[in-house]
Design a protein around this ligand. Structure first.
Ligand SMILES: Cc1ncc(COP(=O)(O)O)c(C=O)c1O
Length: 290
């Protein structure tokens, strides 16, 4: 099989020909940030929001952005020309390759930019219909979860808790309150009212979370952003996961117990429909633009 085309520091190359220095701070320290952007028929979903979040992550780690938003979109378009159909675009920027290993942030280093596109795999119709199983764990990650950092060991270990249990995600609690899941945001519904955790340093502010917030407003759902105690999650009628690749997905068992009626609930169905309508509009606009 031929290796797919990927982007490395401005060049388009077969993925298996890309070589990264072992001194790259991304490799040595996990000193970098990333984004994952879904593309439907060559059109990025919420490109500007993703690139603003990339900018916020870079500002937080004091890394100069090598591209403007237009520059990024141009580079992604060049890559997507080699990848027709629906894709997940992965973008990573690390602090680059210093002459030696030293924790102190070196000055004047050129960042390393890597991008690849892989076929987008959204939840199967069966997952949407039946919902998925999740387990819970203590949120043992650091205090800067709002940075979309490539240092993902905390998230990797958290996700493995659910992988070991044969579940889809690990929902995390910090000091008795819901934060998020290992690679998704979490919503709860009780008595028809939807709630999401505060947009602070304990969660990654998902682009899908923000989109669901907008769709909830437009669809006139009762929606609040506020601290959510663990007990409320465990007593919820509905729990949803959101992410760029999961879209919005119902959680129907938590730690082996049914969530609400144990099937995706009515508010989920409404939100899922709103999300699919939003995507269909995007696809139609892409088709008109050619
Ligand atoms: C920890 C974490 N929270 C939330 C999300 C959801 O973010 P988005 O909707 O931008 O994909 C992700 C996505 O991978 C994530 O890794």
């Amino acid at each position: 099989m031929t290796s797919p085309i990927a982007h490395f520091n401005g060049e388009l190359l077969p993925l298996d020909e890309i070589r990264v220095s072992p001194l790259d701070r991304g490799f040595i320290f996990g000193d970098g940030v990333y984004e994952v952007i879904p593309a439907y028929g060559g059109r990025l979903l919420r490109a500007r929001e993703h690139f603003s979040r990339l900018q916020r992550s870079m500002d937080e780690i004091r890394l100069a952005n090598p591209h403007t938003v237009e520059g990024w979109i141009h580079e992604v378009d060049r890559l997507l020309a080699h990848h027709p159909g629906n894709q997940a675009v992965y973008i990573q920027v690390t602090r680059g390759v210093p002459p030696k290993r030293d924790h102190v942030i070196p000055k004047g280093l050129a960042p390393t930019v890597f991008m690849m596109a892989t076929p987008l795999s959204t939840p199967s119709p069966e997952m949407v219909e039946k919902g998925v199983a999740c387990v819970t764990a203590k949120d043992f990650r650091w205090e800067k979860c709002h940075i979309k950092s490539t240092s993902l060991l905390g998230n990797v270990l958290a996700r493995q808790v659910s992988a070991d249990a044969g579940a889809t995600e690990t929902i995390l609690f910090r000091d008795g309150f819901l934060t998020e899941a290992a690679a998704s945001n979490v919503f709860v519904v009780k008595g028809g009212k939807v709630a999401a955790a505060p947009q602070d340093n304990h969660i990654l502010l998902g682009i899908t979370y923000e989109l669901l917030t907008e769709l909830a407003r437009e669809g006139r759902l009762d929606f609040a952003i506020r601290p959510i105690p663990e007990a409320e999650v465990r007593a919820a009628d509905e729990i949803w996961l959101s992410s760029s690749t999961k879209e919005v997905l119902a959680v129907t068992t938590l730690d082996g117990k049914p969530v609400g009626a144990g099937v995706p609930g009515p508010v989920f169905r409404r939100m899922h429909a709103l999300f699919q309508e939003y995507k269909a509009k995007l696809a139609a606009a892409a088709a008109v633009a050619g």
